[in-house]
Design a protein around this ligand. Structure first.
Ligand code: PMP
Length: 396
């Protein structure tokens, strides 16, 4: 199909929800994707932190193909080996006790919110408050968009579910002021992604943990974007050694296959009884096979360590650009391969110019260039990206 025809069909038949870039993607290999005209792009967006192994990793492709031949789907009314195996693996990696498998980050967070409410009601019927952070992002369902403390995502969807309160991120005093016996849970990203790659101060999460303990409130950590090895450890909260009560994950977990997960401690998950929550597709054999392969490759190829190492190299390279473009670059921040460059102006034009020059990146929170590439990239890919950025920034 001609590119113009694809775009025309999409614009006629698809809901007008995305501001898409004017290219039609066709396939990918490693950290590269190709459009239908054959143009090659270095993919430092990776489906927004999804393609953890890059594109077409043979282990992932094989696992999906093998499982597809055996069985793609069955009901959660029956046991499957893959689901049990994946559950065990996620429990081991996270340090929590039990898992529920969903299909996306939003669905995982929705499950986390429901679980927290059920649990807190056992303590007191009016313990319903859920506190989230300004500039957070937790999803697009009605409860998760309410947890997402950014008016632009909520506008027009009122009435929103009640009981949510917002506090500035990384501000323990603000949180302490709002918390009370009525607080059921505090829900945070260990590093904020959509909000502009915001890294809290060392000690912040531990202090949040202590406040939660004081008020018998649960700590829910959303690791949908910062988890799965991206920041140098399997989960970002592990940098500080904090133990959450509930953790959610998605994105990188399936390496591109849709899958999400909620994990909780035994104490918390006993609030759930059969029938309290569920999903038709969540934890289906195909998605589980993909996630098992992703986790095996992450371990064998030491991808969290690689993310740490290459991330450091990339941060240093970006820092090196700062004195060359002081009128453009304000700060470079990140951990592992979750990196943001805060600009002095909106980043839209730079993202468009990078696309022309052969790199997929994006801009979040208006003026933060975001880099969340596959976790198996090498130094040469960072050098390639920096060369493209130099070209683009010189003209910006
Ligand atoms: N939580 C965080 C931290 C996210 O970054 C996102 C997606 N950007 C979500 C939740 C929602 O995930 P999904 O789009 O898979 O529903």
């Amino acid at each position: 199909m001609e590119k113009s025809r694809v775009i025309e069909l999409d614009q006629t038949c698809y809901m007008p929800l995305f501001t898409r870039y004017p290219i039609v993607l066709s396939h990918g290999e490693g950290p590269y994707v190709y459009d239908t005209a054959g143009k090659k792009y270095l993919d430092f967006l990776a489906g927004i932190a999804v393609n953890a192994l890059g594109h077409g990793h043979p282990r992932l492709v094989e696992a999906i193909a093998d499982q597809a031949k055996k069985m793609i789907h069955c009901s959660n009314l029956y046991y499957t080996e893959g689901q049990a195996q994946l559950a065990q693996k996620l429990v081991q990696l996270s340090g929590l006790d039990k898992v529920f498998l969903a299909n996306s980050g939003a669905e995982a967070n929705e499950g986390a919110i429901k679980l927290a409410r059920k649990y807190a009601k056992r303590i007191s019927q009016d313990k319903v408050q859920i506190i989230t952070a300004e500039h957070s992002f937790h999803g697009r369902t009605l409860a998760t968009v309410t947890a997402t403390a950014q008016p632009k995502y909520q506008h027009g969807y009122e009435p929103l579910p009640g009981g949510f309160r917002y506090v500035p991120y990384n501000d323990i005093d603000a949180l302490a002021t709002v918390m009370s016996e009525k607080t059921a849970a505090v829900m945070l990203e260990a590093i904020q992604g959509e909000g502009g790659v915001n890294i809290p101060d060392q000690g912040y999460l531990s202090q949040v943990r202590a406040l939660c303990d004081k008020y018998q409130a649960l700590l829910i950590l959303d690791e949908v974007q910062c988890g799965m090895g991206r920041t140098g450890k399997m989960f970002a909260y592990q940098h500080e050694g904090v133990k959450p009560d509930i953790v959610t994950m998605a994105k990188g977990l399936g390496g591109g296959m849709p899958i999400g997960a909620v994990l909780g401690t035994n104490q918390v998950v006993q609030a759930f009884s059969p029938g309290d929550h569920g999903s038709t597709f969540g934890g289906n054999p195909l998605a589980c096979a993909a996630a098992i392969a992703v986790l095996a490759v992450m371990e064998e190829e030491k991808l969290p360590e690689n993310a740490q190492k290459i991330g450091q190299y990339m941060m240093a390279a970006l820092e090196g650009l700062k004195p060359k473009y002081p009128q453009l670059i304000q700060t470079v921040r990140g951990q592992g391969l979750m990196i943001g460059v805060k600009l002095h102006k909106p980043g839209k034009d730079i993202v468009n110019a990078a696309l022309d020059a052969g790199a997929l990146i994006n801009c979040t929170n208006g003026d933060v260039l975001r880099f969340v590439p596959p976790l198996n990239i090498r130094v040469q890919h960072v050098d390639e990206l920096i060369a493209i950025l130099e070209k683009v920034l010189t003209k910006a």
